[in-house]
Structure formats: structure tokens, C-alpha cells
Design a protein. Structure first.
Length: 463
């Protein structure tokens, strides 16, 4: 989302007058009204949940997202779009569901990409064989964000890549990932690049969101932005941005702009090679309450000497932010903190941290070792190497998606089509001849399929 000069001048009069549109001719008011129409979104409660997390190790405010738990297992059997067995079929299906993959490679959506509107969805990229799954649009007039989660709730996305390798006609609609007016969403171990708008964007009234363990890199100028965590909110939100990499994007690394009463935690991330701004704390919705803990801000070849590590943005301010800052590290010839930042420092987190931060030194090693979709493709490997060696630059055009099909074996035999391979079921005590995804044969509190998905994620990270 752009904040043009004319819009900034109007912020004190109207926060919504100049918001960027998702489609040509669409105003922010249109989008707010459209976001409010969804019965699926209205059905989700705006209260904190307790109980079993989405998967072992799920963290942050979105950890209680249900995903497709208890629902259908839908197999993705083709990389083609708009065909039987396509990913699109699973994304738009109704009812609780888990998308599992029998194929590896790039899913290029034909025409407008599908919109995830139906709740209770898990996209289990960790089930794909070989090098896994990459999402892309087809460019041209119908190019939109390849992953758009909108007016819905209880969505879990893990171990996929989103690479916008073609340019469309409407830059404002070309995020890599957009979460709009949705609740209880987790984006975990995802990799995204080459967006002409934000790489990852939160829009309208989201709540209970976790973005974790992911790599967002190579935003494309002149709007090269890593992460816009909130835009045009009406209500307070809960957001966790944890253990991610933002690399090679000019600013919004990340952009943090929430209403008072929100709970925002930005912890244990690595921000590399911003050109002008790293973290931006805004006050246009009344003053963001945020905890920045254990993050790294690292300059690179594209970083200006005038760049700022943590910036208090007071343009259009409607009240001071609250910043709890602890154990952040700065590495490079840029200003660590902007003037006026000390005026909004508070002695304790505005909200209790739901994710226990690691010490910054420990977190740096962990993020570089484990973030992103696994196994890592050449793009993610380059990003991590750039951070280690402090090299690489912001790019001006998209790159090429690595061809991950070569050497990818077909999915393993699954006789009962319950999402778990026969050999895995035999080794772990479930029945390869009966669909028993949601039973718990070992009595550990996790369904058989949940144990399989956790095992697959662990195997992929181990290489």
C-alpha cells in the first residue's frame, strides 16, 4: 500500500480517503464494506482462545487457529490450475479441509488467483515431495496476490513459496501474501519475493494473526516494501511477527501501524539491507502499542547512511505510540533510532508477550538456520548467504523461479487416501487400510495426521 504525499497530508482529516485499492477503481470504503459482508468472518469470535495449538510449536497470537482440523483430506494431484485435483479446488472448497500434495513444482494460477474465503483450511506444503510447492500468478491484467486470505478465519499455511516472477498491470494488487479482514491465521515457514506492493500485507480488521519463521525478500522498486502489518484497521488487533527475515526491501521492515488497545509483538527477527527505513512505528490510528524484542537490524550494500533502524513516524499522528524495546542489535553505518523515539519508550510490554523471546544472539543463528519454506530453494539460500556475508542488493526486476520438478519423486503410496503414506502409518501404529487421519493411535493428544505433518515438517527442515 502506497502512502503518497497527498494522502499523508489528509491523514489527520480522513484515515481512509487515500488507501490503495485491491482492484482498479475500488476505494477503501468499498473494501471495508465488502470485508464486513462475510458471514464466515462474522462467525469467528474476537476473543482469545485456549486449548491445543494449530500444530506442535505454533506460537504467537494466531497459535490457536484450527485450520482444517477434523475435516476432509483433499489431495493436490496436478500443478495445473482450474483442473480436477488442482490446488484451486482445495482452496475454494467449503468446510474444514487439509490440502496435501502429491506433486512438486510451480502452481501458476490462470487468470485471477483464487481467494481463500472459506474458513477452516490448512495448506500443508510440507507434504509435497521433492523441493515442494511455489505459487505464482500469470501476470497481465488479472495478476493479483497469489495468496489472498480474505474475510475468513482459521487458516494455517506452512512450507510454501510465493514468487511473483511476472508483472501485472495493477501494482497495488500485487502483494505476494495478503491477509484481509480475517482472524486466527498462521503463516509459518513461508518464503515470498518479488512483490511490487508489500511482500506480506495485513489489511482491514484482522485479529489473532501469527507470521513466523518466514523469509520475505526482494521487494521490487519503486514500492519495495517487506511487511505492512496493518492498514486501515477499525478495531484493535493482536499480531505476532516472529523469527522472520526481511531482506533487500527499501522500507517497511516492517511497518507497524495499529490502533490503541492492540497487542503487537515483533520479536527475534532479522532485518537486512533496508534502503531508507527498517522498522517504522506509526501513530495515524491513535498510536501503536508494540514490543520490539531481540531483533537484528543489519545494513547492507543498498542501505543509505541516512537510513534509520527504528523510526517513529509522526506524520498525521493522532496520539503517541508505546514502544517497549529490549535486546535489539544494530549492525551498520546507519542511525539506530530516530529523534523522538525516546518519548514513546515504556518500561514494560504494552501487552504480555505470548511468544517467549530468545536472546538476540541466539535468535540470529536460529532464524538463519531454520526460517523459510523447506527444503530451501536457491533464492532463500542466496538471501541467507547475503546476510551472513553482508552482500547482495535490492533488485529492480523479478528473477526466475527455480525449477523444482527435476528429481522430484511422485508422492508416496497412500492406499486409504487419508493424507498419510502407507509406510508411515505402518511404522507409527495407524492403519494404512482405513482412513484414520483424525484418530489418535498413540494417545499423545495429537491426531495421526497432525503427527504426520509435524514429522514431515521436521524431516524437511533437516534436509
Amino acid at each position: 500500500m502506497i502512502w503518497p504525499t497527498a494522502c499523508l497530508a489528509l491523514l489527520s482529516a480522513s484515515l481512509f480517503a487515500c488507501s490503495a485499492s485491491s482492484a482498479p477503481g475500488e476505494t477503501a470504503l468499498n473494501k471495508r464494506e465488502r470485508s464486513a459482508e462475510s458471514p464466515a468472518h462474522a462467525a469467528a469470535s474476537r476473543v482469545e482462545r485456549s486449548g491445543k495449538p494449530a500444530f506442535p510449536g505454533a506460537t504467537g497470537y494466531g497459535a490457536q487457529a484450527k485450520g482444517g482440523r477434523g475435516g476432509r483430506i483433499i489431495k493436490v494431484t496436478t500443478l495445473s490450475d482450474r483442473e480436477p485435483g488442482s490446488l484451486r479446488e482445495c482452496l475454494v472448497a467449503k468446510g474444514p479441509r487439509v490440502c496435501v500434495f502429491d506433486v512438486a513444482g510451480t502452481v501458476r494460477f490462470v487468470g485471477e488467483p483464487p481467494v481463500v474465503r472459506e474458513p477452516f483450511l490448512t495448506i500443508a506444503g510440507e507434504t509435497a515431495p521433492g523441493m515442494g510447492i511455489t505459487l505464482a500468478h500469470s501476470g497481465g491484467p488479472e495478476a493479483r496476490s497469489p495468496l489472498l486470505i480474505k474475510n475468513t478465519h482459521d487458516v494455517v499455511v506452512r512450507h510454501i513459496r510465493v514468487r511473483n516472477d511476472r508483472e501485472g498491470e495493477y501494482r497495488e494488487a500485487e502483494d505476494a501474501i495478503t491477509i484481509e479482514a480475517s482472524e486466527y491465521v498462521i503463516v509459518d515457514h513461508v518464503s515470498a519475493s518479488w512483490a511490487r506492493d508489500e511482500i506480506v500485507n495485513g489489511y482491514a480488521d484482522n485479529d489473532w494473526i501469527t507470521i513466523s519463521n518466514s523469509i520475505f525478500a526482494f521487494g521490487l522498486p519503486r514500492h519495495d516494501k517487506c511487511a505492512l502489518l496493518a492498514s486501515d484497521p477499525n478495531d484493535a488487533q493482536h499480531m505476532s511477527f516472529v523469527m522472520n527475515i526481511c531482506a533487500h526491501s527499501g522500507d517497511r521492515n516492517p511497518d507497524i501501524n495499529f490502533p490503541p488497545g492492540s497487542c503487537v509483538e515483533v520479536t527475534n527477527n532479522v532485518f537486512f539491507n533496508a534502503q531508507s527505513e527498517f522498522a517504522e512505528i506509526w501513530e495515524t490510528y491513535g498510536g501503536t502499542p508494540v514490543s520490539l524484542v531481540g531483533n537484528w537490524f543489519i545494513g547492507g550494500p543498498s542501505t543509505s547512511d541516512a537510513a534509520v533502524g527504528i523510526l517513529r513516524q509522526q506524520v498525521g499522528s493522532r496520539g503517541p505510540a508505546q514502544l517497549y524495546e529490549k535486546d535489539n542489535r544494530f549492525d551498520g553505518a546507519f542511525r539506530e533510532r530516530s529523534a523522538g523515539l525516546s518519548q514513546i519508550i515504556v518500561d514494560a510490554p504494552p501487552c504480555d508477550l505470548v511468544t517467549e523471546p530468545q536472546p538476540a544472539m541466539q535468535a540470529f543463528a536460529a532464524v538463519l538456520a531454520s526460517s523459510g519454506a523447506w527444503p530451501r530453494d536457491a533464492i532463500d539460500a542466496q538471501v541467507v548467504a547475503n546476510i551472513r556475508e553482508k552482500n547482495g542488493r535490492i533488485v529492480k526486476t523479478p528473477g526466475r523461479i527455480p525449477d523444482v520438478r527435476h528429481g522430484a519423486a511422485p508422492g508416496p503410496q497412500d492406499s486409504d487416501r487419508d493424507g498419510m503414506p502407507d509406510d508411515w502409518e505402518t511404522r507409527h501404529g495407524s492403519d494404512p487400510r482405513a482412513a484414520d487421519s483424525w484418530l489418535d493411535f498413540d494417545g499423545d493428544g495429537w491426531a495421526n495426521l497432525e503427527n504426520y505433518l509435524a514429522d514431515r515438517a521436521s524431516v524437511r527442515r533437516a534436509g
